[in-house]
Write a protein that binds this ligand. Sequence first.
Ligand code: PEP
Length: 257
Amino acid sequence: MSSRTPFIAGNWKMHKTVAEAEQFIAGLLPRVYSADAVDVAICVPFTALQAMVDSTRGSRVEVFAQTMHEAAKGAFTGEVSAPMLSELDVHGVVLGHSERRQYFGETDKALAQKVLVALDAGLKPILCVGETEDERERGDTERKLRHQVQEGLERLSPEQITEITIAYEPIWAIGTGKVATPEQAQDAVAFVRALIKDKAPEAAPVARVLYGGSVSPDNAAELLALPDVDGALVGGASLDPESFGKIVDAAVHIAAS
Ligand code: PEP
């Protein structure tokens, strides 16, 4: 792991009622109480945002939304805007998760605007990028990552790029139990950092790049120890405070070593 502060973010997807979220956070807070060297976030459904913001106030756990619309307001039934999230004291937002791209038609063009709007509203964006299994087999991983990173950062100034987190999430590894090998993860994350450097050399040493895709307490230490990996975006294993806490612990140990 690098000198950047490690960042472990749990993406709950469409899981947990408010009551279940409260139960989770009661279990997590004592586990991460002394994880000073690590930034921790939970990315929760809209319905649990307010409750989680209230229950984590004063703790080291930040609360992120899982998506947002790029417009501030308007006739977009079912959508939520950046000012609506900021008003709740939400800290950040996941943008371009592969499930949003695949099932809800989220485009690179819209994402370029969303990243800008999130930063303008004081929200920390986690921009997700990654290739399908077919793309990897065809040797198209770098082409795909180049396209997604360049489009995602297109509208940002170099100063804004320093504030962004990119999560490299190979789509074939999300929710499949099929984790990338350390070599695959390191190569792709280093490539993403090189793309950041092309666009904003001063941002490359600062912007964080995470790995996501079937991270678990069993494989976290190995992945988090990779030189370019600054943390993890965790899906399934973030639903249980014990397993999520163990992943945070792995980051704490590596940061201390
Ligand atoms: C994710 O939802 O971003 C993710 C990586 O899921 P999982 O850890 O379950 O593969």
